[in-house]
Design a protein around this ligand. Structure first.
Ligand code: SAM
Ligand code: GLN
Length: 307
């Protein structure tokens, strides 16, 4: 970028071209989103004011953003935020950027909660909470519910707490640094345990998109076959659940059979799978009902129903 006059249109065209050369996946959209962040404006404004020159400060900030994105830093780390469900979550390089598939998991659980308690007054535990996207959204949609988010990363927990405060659920949400269940008191029983754990097989991480590789590996790495966290969580979840409790997982590609089998091995009576928008098995829900009971057959139908 030279020091000639840079109008909105000129900088957009230049950036788009530069991103395309650098292999950025969505060059035009990313150029627009970053320029909007610099100018603090809506995307439409870019087209209305396309001849407006940028100030020096604006240009300097845009240069920084463009350099970062050209190195495949996830755009949401540059923006510092990501929209999820009906809120905008703070994200930092300590947190995974919440994914659209995970919204489906949250929607399913919002529908499940009233099966357990009137008005959805459930107790929920979120393992590997990251930015808090799952637990904070659930508490936002279920105003009578209470929750706890655990993570091994202190830096992620700081962000999750900020999100809980900003979104107005702080009073109903505790956060705990814990290695899976290690510091979760066993006498506390939850109606729902949810987790989107790290599930990428370790050897596959190097093959992921460059952007994803810049997310914390501790949020992605699920061990040799990607199933380490499902093994650990399934082994202990029943102990932390109420008698009829629900265990809900996001899962990776080709993991549904193994994860269902793990649930059934560890005291869960039924396990069902729900697909994502791409038709890939993406969630597993397992119920801890007693043998012979079938109280929640409707619940399982409801949570697995595609929209
Ligand atoms: N729940 C968030 C979401 O859906 O966007 C983040 C999910 S991310 C895939 C997995 C999270 O698990 C990361 O925040 C990571 O720090 C956390 N984690 C990794 N190992 C853990 C462990 N041993 N105990 C608890 N949390 C762990
Ligand atoms: N969904 C993430 C991805 O796109 C993986 C997150 C996880 O391991 N849970 O790769």
């Amino acid at each position: 970028m030279s020091n000639a006059v840079w109008t909105i249109m000129k900088i957009l065209n230049w950036t788009k071209q530069y991103f395309a050369e650098k292999g950025v996946e969505d060059p035009r959209s990313d150029a627009e989103v970053l320029l909007c962040a610099v100018l603090k404006c809506e995307r439409l404004t870019l087209y209305v004011d396309f001849e407006r020159p940028l100030t020096e400060e604006e240009l300097a900030l845009m240069r920084k953003y463009v350099q970062r994105r050209a190195q495949h830093e996830p755009i949401n780390y540059i923006l510092g935020e990501k929209a999820f469900m009906r809120n905008v979550f703070k994200v930092t390089p300590a947190t995974l950027v919440p994914r659209p598939e995970t919204e489906l998991l949250v929607e399913s659980l919002v529908k499940a909660a009233p099966f357990f308690q009137p008005e959805g007054a459930v107790k929920i535990l979120d393992i590997g909470t990251g930015s808090g996207a799952i637990i904070v959204s659930l508490l936002d949609y279920l105003p009578q519910a209470k929750g706890v988010g655990v993570d091994i990363s202190v830096d992620a927990l700081v962000v999750a707490k900020e999100n809980a405060e900003k979104i107005g659920v702080k009073e109903r949400c505790g956060f705990l640094r814990s290695d899976v269940f290690s510091r979760v008191p066993p006498e506390k029983k939850f109606d729902i345990i949810v987790s989107n754990p790290p599930y990428i097989p370790a050897a596959d991480i190097a093959t992921l998109a460059q952007d994803v590789q810049q997310e914390p590996h501790g949020a992605l790495d699920g061990g040799a076959d990607g199933l380490d966290f499902y093994r650990r969580i399934c082994a202990e979840a029943a102990e932390h659940l109420a008698d009829d409790g629900l265990l809900a997982f996001e899962i990776g590609i080709n993991q549904s059979e193994d994860v269902c089998a793990l649930c059934l091995e560890h005291g869960f009576k039924q396990a069902v799978v729900r697909k994502d928008y791409a038709g890939i098995d993406r969630m597993v829900f397992a119920l801890k009902e007693k043998e012979g009971e079938d109280k929640y057959a409707d619940l399982l139908l409801e949570v697995t129903k595609e929209l």
